[in-house]
Design a protein around this ligand. Structure first.
Ligand code: KE4
Length: 431
């Protein structure tokens, strides 16, 4: 007897590429079919067959306050009652822009868009328009959405599916995207030197979370800042994941390094489709209609999406202790996952910062993309399936992160640890 998820997946594959609306959800890397989810509450989700899971994906990061947070639902209900969309300015957009500028160090002006991809695509165009230069430096294994110039040695679903360079991206477009190695400042400087006067921007995930979680070495982000200043390139922090997650002011606040432009998504939408990019006024005023860099969007600043994002951000602004609690939760979970693996005799690396963490099945520390790629993907797939069967819904790829939220309870974390313990024991037996 097929489960409801299997039935839905069969139907989906008839009418949707791969049966999904985003590749990583197809679970191809972990050897099972995707669970079709139906409901979320707090730190848990329920699938179409009524199975309950502790949710460590949280919609890939947006739900830092958990599913169906009362204040968010109430705000959405109130906004919906006045209309779904106007295509005209609304007060909510002004409040959102003012709130982001208040919460983020150095943010003077911001433009709302509809996804992280759109935020990055727009920030890159602005960087090119502002500098008159065409080349962009990104890092192998970092993922910045699916705009053409970013699908070069990309992470996340592109890496998971083994196609870090997508078909359909014109070679001349890709030629303007140079790739360096994360945590390797020398690889960045050699590109800047070899392309002197041609690099518009260096774009980086301040914490890499699309090759699995890989932390920046202490000197990496300050080093990028200094190199960009020396070679006249803009520094873009892609904070679609880290924004409002590592701290209220994101990675800029957490690491004390100021970027020229910052991109956002996920948390600022509270679960609705929202992206944004922003920075200092002199740069942002180059964006149409105040300047010559064009960018537009029918649903940009949509009032219902703004209501959801505002409700979530306001709670984060008013309760900074949330970040301390999430970091404690993340640190404890990482520590106890390491203990479980050690007891089972299974070599793992658990990388964690704040409420972001990843388990790599490898002996050696994972401080680079090359190290992440050396981890045992087959063991990860077995770990994933064992966790899923014990009611833990983790990201179905080694090259993703686990996300914690404020609604995860001690009981939830105990279930995660028990699932991990069973998974490690299984892996050790099959070794
Ligand atoms: P979206 O276009 O998916 O909203 O954002 C693209 C993006 C940009 N920058 C970073 C650092 C990101 O992590 C993302 C998207 N994150 C992935 C998960 N790693 C989205 C999940 C998916 O592709 O289905």
């Amino acid at each position: 007897m097929m489960t409801r998820s299997e039935q839905l997946f069969d139907r989906a594959r008839n009418v949707m590429p791969g049966g999904v609306n985003s590749p990583v959800r197809a679970c191809r890397a972990v050897g099972t079919y995707p669970r079709f989810l139906q409901k979320g509450r707090g730190g848990r989700v329920f699938d179409a067959d009524g199975q309950e899971y502790v949710d460590l994906v949280c919609s890939w990061g947006p739900l830092i306050l958990g599913h169906c947070r009362r204040e968010v639902l109430e705000a959405v209900g109130e906004a919906m009652a006045d209309g779904l969309s106007f295509g005209a300015p609304t007060a909510a957009e002004v409040e959102m822009a003012e709130l982001i500028c208040r919460m983020v160090p150095g943010m003077e002006m911001v433009r709302m868009v509809n996804s992280g991809t759109e935020a990055v695509m727009s920030a890159l165009r602005l960087a090119r328009g502002a500098t008159g230069r065409n080349k962009i430096i990104k890092f192998e294994g970092c993922y910045h959405g699916h705009s053409d110039s970013m699908l070069v040695k990309a992470g996340s679903g592109a890496l998971t599916g083994g196609t870090p360079d997508s078909k359909g991206v014109p070679p001349e477009m890709a030629a303007d995207t140079l790739t360096a190695r994360y945590n390797d400042l020398e690889s960045v400087e050699s590109l800047l030197r070899a392309n002197s006067g041609q690099v518009a921007a260096v774009i980086v995930e301040p914490v890499a979370a699309n090759m699995g979680v890989v932390l920046p070495k202490p000197e990496f982000l300050p080093g990028l800042r200094a190199l960009c200043d020396r070679y006249g390139a803009l520094l873009i922090f892609d904070e679609v994941i880290t924004g409002f997650r590592l701290a209220a002011g994101g990675a800029q606040e957490y690491f004390g390094v100021r970027a020229d432009l910052v991109t956002y998504g996920k948390i600022i939408g509270g679960g609705m489709p929202v992206g944004a990019y922003g920075g200092r006024r002199a740069l942002m005023e180059l964006v149409a209609p105040s300047g010559p860099v064009y960018q537009a969007g029918t649903l940009s600043g949509n009032p219902v999406a703004m209501a959801a994002g505002l409700a979530q951000l306001r709670i984060l602004e008013k309760n900074p202790q949330i970040y301390t609690r999430l970091a404690e939760m993340g640190g404890e979970l990482a520590k106890r996952l390491r203990e479980r693996a050690q007891r089972a005799g299974v070599p793992v690396q658990v990388n964690q910062i704040g409420s972001l963490l990843s388990v790599f099945f490898t002996e050696a520390p994972v401080g680079s993309f090359a190290a992440a790629k050396r981890s045992d993907l087959d063991r990860f797939a077995r770990y994933y399936r064992a966790m899923l069967s014990r009611g833990v819904y983790a990201a179905p790829s080694q090259f993703e992160a686990m996300f914690l939220c404020t609604e995860h309870t001690r009981e939830d974390l105990e279930r995660v640890l028990q699932g991990a313990e069973c998974a490690m024991a299984q892996i050790a037996q099959e070794a």
